[in-house]
Design a protein around this ligand. Structure first.
Ligand code: VGL
Ligand code: ZN
Length: 203
């Protein structure tokens, strides 16, 4: 059973990451029942919400001549370019309507700085700019994080790695996640998570 040291992090279960959305993860919506069942077992739940301003630097549309899923060299390193997605205040950025987590205690928004993308819930893609989540979790006395949501190989993956690095026990509820899988990114993410001591399984 879970106790007051356990927290469930539900990553980016938003319309734009579900079929029909701007950056749809294949079968992304299929995880919603599993996420809801998992959330019912946790006293403490946190939601993350990808939350970009219009013209965000991770959008291919902000880079003339570039297409979605091209890469660029950003000031902080390689950055994949995405279709415009999860624009602040839009329906695409809203949580999937089937998500049933009224007891969630925190909604952590990320990716709101125009110049920096943020996959991880802990730090932005420059790997330096912190979101404050590690401090929040530590102040609350949490020790174990269970991750679920979208996408396994981007926001879930980077959050898992950074959660471990911040000193938490981390497990990924694989049945409550779906990946995008660009050029083998899903297999790479699974391998890196295992190597980092993240437990990947069914919860
Ligand atoms: C995500 C790509 C761009 C994610 C967010 O939630 O995994 N992926 N923005
Ligand atoms: Zn994004």
């Amino acid at each position: 059973m879970t106790d007051d040291r356990d927290v469930l992090l539900i990553v980016d279960v938003q319309n734009d990451f579900c079929p029909g959305g701007a950056l749809a993860v294949p079968q992304g919506d299929e995880i919603v029942p599993a996420v809801n069942r998992l959330a019912a077992k946790f006293a403490h739940v946190i939601l993350t919400q990808d939350w970009h301003p219009r013209g965000h630097s991770s959008f291919a549309s902000s880079h003339p001549g570039k297409q979605p899923f091209d890469s660029i060299e950003a000031s902080y390193g390689q950055q994949i370019l995405w279709p415009d997605h999860c624009v602040q205040g839009t329906q695409g950025a809203a949580f999937h309507p089937g998500l049933d987590v009224p007891h969630a205690e925190l909604v952590l928004r990320k990716g709101y700085r125009t110049a920096i993308d943020s996959y991880s819930a802990f730090r932005e893609n420059d790997r330096r700019t912190l979101t404050g989540l590690a401090g929040y979790l530590k102040e609350r006395g949490f020790e174990r994080i269970t991750l679920s949501g979208l996408a396994t190989d981007f926001c879930v993956y980077f959050s898992a790695i950074d959660g471990r690095e911040a000193g938490f026990e981390v497990s990924v509820a694989n049945n409550a996640c779906r990946g995008i899988d660009i050029d083998g990114s899903l297999a790479r993410a699974m391998r890196s998570m295992s190597e980092a001591g993240v437990t990947v399984g069914v919860e």
